[in-house]
Write a protein that binds this ligand. Structure first.
Ligand code: XMP
Length: 519
């Protein structure tokens, strides 16, 4: 299958480029800019894209490429497209000149295409593009042609057809460049002649074959299933491949949402006919360990460690009955593990569904069938494999669950109050048809009592904070500017229907500086 490699120069856009290329039907992966050339060669790329990045090419310490890189791409006739920093870098290394500009250029620009060329094929002469740079090319290298300019940027795009080197100053991968996809399409299909082979249906079939080959005809697999998207899709994929040789362990850690344990069991046991779905009720153990624990990090640590303890014990029990359990499956997805120049130091960690590293001494081989997929690809695979919509489009839920949505020590009474309030919130959000449009909606229990009045009685009860945020990736988030009537309905219902709460507040903080969760 054709593959396009995106070399990451530390920009925030490398994943976005890869995603766009996959959406266009060609497989794409990210490698750090300083990847060993031999490793790059082994990938046999059909084309290479150099991403943007925060550096300046004339700064000695900023990332560069060796001349061998260009020897390799020219020799093998592999087209290279530099974007922003990548655009500067090609020029800088091959004889052009890049200089710092007095006025930086950020935002919309009007691009004027100077002569017909494949990169801008079938585009109008003038294009809106998104710029974000402080440097620009002041002299173009021999053998290169200027393809486009803007009012303030004389070399906004260039090409060298003989060496198959291209550069664009703007970002085609962002939606603010309306025809950005067309430019990427031209590059991958008209210049690099890639074939459209990346289709999820085909991926599922291949992946099923691969899993069967790896696991063999007899071995069994264990999976920690949380009911979140990643572990659920891992489960259905493995189930398709090896059927009931998949053993799922679902741990009730006592801090789940209302009815969650039943819903997940019903989905997998009854709807999807999983025979080896093992439910472990560890509520009492978790809650006992969490008594009087106030510090958020301590809560997280206890929940993480207890999860491992429970999971390990259950696995050992199962191994006694099923000695063929040889594999541990994990719902790791591409962004969790990919090595990019910004994340390489922390990448490649093994995650469980609670983002915890499971101990090596479990002596199981790890299998991560979703390791190459992005989240929305994972969702599509799940839908294709029959997972219900409510699991596929679920809002993210932290591993430590409601424990980090109750400020201070937790107990059963507070958990019940929070579950009841949260249920109303989600019900109203779904009724209003906005569940799928927002990133997360949840309630937080504030352990503060205030005075209220109900009928003729004075009340003295807790406060519930309502948190609803919109976000693309959880790195930043804005509170949702909800309709007042809807908010009023939610608040009124919670106070009227949930015993223990007599006041609700709406959280109007954005991230940063606040976080989405409270602890
Ligand atoms: P914050 O609160 O840092 O959250 O703005 C960012 C996103 O991550 C989720 N979150 C977690 N997810 N384990 C998880 O799997 C955790 O421990 C955890 N803590 C926060 C949070 O819900 C939000 O979507």
């Amino acid at each position: 299958m054709d593959i396009i490699i995106v070399l990451d120069f530390g920009g925030q856009y490398a994943h976005l480029i890869t995603r766009r290329i996959r959406d266009l039907g060609v497989f794409s992966e990210i490698l750090p800019f300083d990847v060993n050339l031999e490793k790059l060669k082994k990938k046999n790329p059909k084309a290479i894209i150099l991403s943007g990045g925060p550096g300046s090419v004339y700064d000695k310490n900023d990332p560069k490429l060796d001349q061998e890189f260009f020897q390799f791409t020219t020799e093998k006739k592999i087209p290279v497209l530099g974007i922003c920093y990548g655009h500067h870098l090609i020029m800088h290394l091959l004889g052009g000149k890049v200089e710092s500009k007095e006025t930086k250029e950020y935002g919309r620009s009007n691009l004027i295409i100077l002569e017909p060329n494949l990169l801008f094929d079938s585009l109008e002469k003038e294009q809106i593009v998104w710029m974000s740079h402080g440097d620009q090319i002041t002299k173009i290298a021999d053998g290169f042609k200027e393809y486009a300019k803007t009012d303030t940027c004389p070399v906004a795009a260039y090409g060298n057809q003989e060496k198959l080197l291209y550069g664009i100053q703007f970002h085609p991968e962002v939606s603010n460049t309306p025809n950005g996809n067309k430019i990427l399409e031209n590059f991958i299909f008209k210049i690099a002649n890639c074939k459209k082979e990346w289709k999820l249906k085909g991926w599922i079939d291949r992946s099923v074959q691969e899993i069967r080959r790896e696991i063999g005809p007899d071995n069994k697999v264990i999976l920690g299933l949380s009911g979140g998207v990643d572990s659920s899709v891992t489960a259905v994929l493995l189930h398709k491949a090896i059927g009931d040789r998949l053993h799922c362990i679902f741990v009730n850690n006592g801090v789940l949402r209302k009815n969650e344990e039943n819903e997940v069991q019903q989905t997998f046991r009854e709807k999807l006919k999983f025979k080896n779905f093992h439910y472990v009720d560890a509520e009492d153990l978790f809650l006992k360990k969490l008594i009087n624990i106030e510090d958020p990090e301590e809560k997280r640590r206890i929940i993480g460690h207890t999860f491992i303890e429970v999971f390990e014990t259950k696995t050992l029990d199962l191994e006694k009955v099923y000695p063929d359990i040889k594999y541990l499956a994990q719902g790791t997805i591409y962004p969790d593990r990919v090595e990019t120049s910004t994340t390489s130091k922390v990448s490649a960690k093994i995650k469980s569904h609670h983002n915890i590293t499971l101990p090596d001494n479990m002596k199981l081989k790890v299998i991560e069938p979703l390791r190459d997929l992005y989240k929305d690809e994972v969702r599509k695979v799940g839908l294709e494999l029959g997972l219900p919509n409510y699991i596929i489009n679920r809002h993210p839920f932290p591993g430590p669950g409601l424990a980090v949505r109750i400020i201070g020590p937790i107990d059963k009474e507070k958990l019940t109050i929070l579950r009841n309030a949260d249920e109303i919130l989600i019900e109203e959000i779904r009724k209003a048809g906005i569940y799928d449009k927002i990133w997360q909606a949840f309630c937080v229990f504030l352990p503060l009592k205030t005075v209220g009045i109900m009928g003729d009685y004075r009340t003295y009860e807790y406060i519930c904070s309502i948190r609803i945020v919109e976000s693309m990736d959880a790195m930043t988030a804005n509170f949702s500017k909800l309709d007042w009537d809807l908010l009023e309905r939610i608040g009124t219902r919670i106070v009227n229907e949930v015993k223990g709460i007599n006041r609700t507040v709406y959280d109007i903080s954005n991230k940063p500086p606040s976080t989405i969760e409270y602890e």
